[in-house]
Design a protein around this ligand. Structure first.
Ligand code: BTN
Length: 326
């Protein structure tokens, strides 16, 4: 962790009181002058930090921007996901950056955020567009010891993590629409794009790209998407703290990825079943040129959707565009 992240962690853990410059200096093994200089830099970034002779330094407010040291300081005990975090103001796509990092041999778990993307992408070749500063746009590098067929487990894990974290932060129960849409009251609030690099029998790396609509208002959505999309703010009526939400999602992902790695997919699948609006519903699924219609019955051990078609056959669907029928 950087010194700034450690300072923010320390300021956050002292509850309502403050922490003295000399205690901070001792904890961080730097001089008091160096502490003061770091505090000045944090203030310049928008952190309001009070200093008083009796209470020492106290964190009063944080800026409404994503800042890697802030995110690291909120989640200092990350096992895998979030142990390294980068934030870009603008990039083509956070998944492009993670792809480069993956090819450079960077360890799994790094998370790359951007405030805006010029070429954000969604599933099935769609674009993912979002006004700067209103969403969470990030990608995570994973190097799971899994066969390519089991990659759907990661999508299920990510969907469960997103639904749990958004419930934790907003109190709203989100639905999961298989495989990877998160819905609030029937409208999409988040999506997951999974990109895989694999050999025949082994995954080399996976990039989980996640987009969450957080603080948009209806006017921020254009065209067709206006009918089908929503944001956490539109559903709760209140601005959501993006750093707190990002941290809750990384914590949930860290837990759920550990469940996948430990072979505990059954537990994840059962949580997924409770949060999923697809199971038990009549669905139409487009897979390439094929349209499959039937009733979604269950998830299999690899996270694929089992659909009983109108001809009585059980089809195993590993990807596609799902429409929930009334
Ligand atoms: C979907 O189609 O529902 C998936 C959308 C995924 C969007 C995110 S935003 C961060 C990451 N970077 C991208 O270019 N796409 C994903």
């Amino acid at each position: 962790m950087t010194i700034d992240a450690k300072i923010l962690t320390a300021l956050r853990t002292v509850a309502s009181g403050g922490i003295s410059g000399s205690d901070l200096a001792q904890q961080l093994e730097i001089s008091r002058a160096a502490v003061w200089a770091r505090i000045e830099d944090l203030r310049a970034l928008g952190y309001e930090i009070e200093a008083s002779p009796h209470q020492g330094y106290r964190l009063v407010t944080e800026p409404n921007v994503l800042h890697a040291d802030n995110l690291l300081s909120r989640w200092p005990t990350a096992k895998v996901i979030g142990r390294d975090i980068r934030v870009f103001q603008e990039t083509t796509s956070t998944s492009d950056i993670v792809e480069k990092l993956a090819l450079d041999g960077v360890k799994e778990g790094i998370v790359v955020f951007a405030e805006s993307q010029t070429q954000g992408r969604g599933r099935l070749g769609r674009k993912w567009w979002s006004l700067p500063g209103k969403s969470l746009l990030f990608s995570v590098l994973l190097r799971p010891d899994l066969r390519p067929q089991a990659a759907t487990q990661l999508v299920v894990a990510a969907a469960v993590s997103l639904a749990r974290a958004s419930h934790q932060q907003t109190g709203l129960e989100a639905d999961i629409k298989w495989p990877n849409d998160i819905l609030l009251r029937g409208k999409k609030v988040a999506g997951i794009l999974t990109e895989l690099s694999a050999e025949l029998d082994h995954i080399k790396h996976v990039i989980l790209g996640i987009g969450v609509d957080v603080n948009q208002t209806p006017a921020d959505f254009h065209g067709e998407i206006r009918k089908s999309a929503t944001s956490l703010k539109m559903e709760t009526g209140a601005e959501v703290n993006r750093a707190a939400l990002a941290t809750a999602i990384m914590q949930a992902l860290d837990q759920d990825y550990a469940r996948v790695r430990a072979g505990q997919f059954a537990a994840l699948a059962s949580e997924w079943g409770q949060r999923c609006s697809t199971l038990g519903r009549r669905v139409t699924i487009r897979v390439g040129d094929r349209l499959i219609q039937g009733r979604a019955e269950a998830l299999d051990h690899a996270g694929a959707l089992l659909v009983r078609t109108q001809f009585g056959r059980l089809e195993t669907i590993i990807g596609g565009d799902v429409t929930l029928e009334k």
